[in-house]
Write a protein that binds this ligand. Structure first.
Ligand code: NAP
Length: 249
């Protein structure tokens, strides 16, 4: 059964890692997709072709999610490409600029907040009118277990991801009466290019400390995103789902 048949989705930051996994899962389930990237043009084009091989429409658009005007323009273009409907928005684009507070620059704090948190405001503002008109929509924001728990060396990242949770719960309360849902996924340790930067010892310690004894895959996160995007979750809003192999238990 294709869970997103006839639906349209916008996904930010889908050239690799979790965003790519979500785009593939959505295409496999019949959604027409607009996805964004910032710098990886070749990867974006390759993914666009790959998604089309599932028999859906797919469009890669370069757009900086942290820029308010670019986000508004993106949604205008997306509406044009997706026949005036946006059923699902996934705010996935995110970066890390880790450091102990002592060494964290103001610039690195601000950039992480802009890409990880302001982007969610930018994109949600941009789709709100369309979803209100449709009286339907599902917004899925990708936070992190670090936003729930905190993490030494990631004060900027944790603040942005905790902010995403507060923002999402507020939107769920504000827009629930119009049948617009807003939920959060808090992935744990998912093995992607973002985590490849980490020290090998740290990675093996993490794997050992996870009850399921492995890092997660983009597909593990994509499966839960599919559930939250689809009509299987029509009575679920304002929730944070930890996809972390039991790490937060
Ligand atoms: P990733 O492999 O580094 O991929 C990040 C994606 O975001 C890329 O497609 C990148 O595009 C895009 N991007 C970056 N800045 C952007 C911007 N300003 N505007 C638009 N797109 C932008 O990351 P990931 O590991 O898949 O993580 C995806 C999300 O999950 C992030 O929000 C991250 O915080 C969250 N998360 C990840 C983990 C984990 O363990 N991996 C755990 C918890 C939460 P370009 O390639 O064009 O730069």
């Amino acid at each position: 059964m294709k869970l997103l048949s006839g639906k349209t989705a916008v996904i930010t930051g889908a050239t690799r890692g979790i965003g790519k996994g979500i785009a593939e899962k959505f295409a496999e389930n019949g959604a027409n997709i607009v996805f964004t990237y910032l710098s990886s043009e070749e990867k974006a084009k390759a993914l666009e072709d790959h998604l089309k091989s599932y028999g859906v429409e797919a469009f890669a658009i370069r757009s900086d999610a942290s820029d308010f005007e670019q986000a508004q323009e993106l949604i205008k273009v997306a509406l044009d490409k997706l026949n005036g409907r946006i059923d699902v928005l996934v705010n996935n684009a995110g970066i890390t600029k880790d450091n102990l507070l002592m060494r964290m620059s103001e610039e690195d704090y601000d950039r992480v907040m802009e890409v990880n948190l302001k982007s969610i405001f930018n994109m949600t503002k941009a789709v709100q009118r369309t979803m209100l008109k449709q009286r339907q929509g599902s917004i899925v924001n990708i936070s992190s277990v670090v936003g729930v728990k905190g993490n030494a060396g990631q004060a900027n990242y944790a603040a942005s991801k905790a902010g995403a949770i507060g923002f999402s719960k507020s939107i769920a309360l504000e827009l629930g009466s119009r049948n617009i849902r807003c939920n959060v996924i808090a992935p744990g340790f998912i093995e992607t290019e973002m985590t490849e930067k980490l020290n090998a010892d740290v990675v093996s310690q993490w794997r050992e400390s996870i009850p399921l004894k492995r890092g997660g895959t983009p597909e593990d996160v994509a499966n839960v995103t599919l559930f939250l995007a689809s009509d299987l979750s029509t009575y679920v809003t304002g929730q944070v789902v930890n996809v972390c192999g039991g790490m937060l238990t």
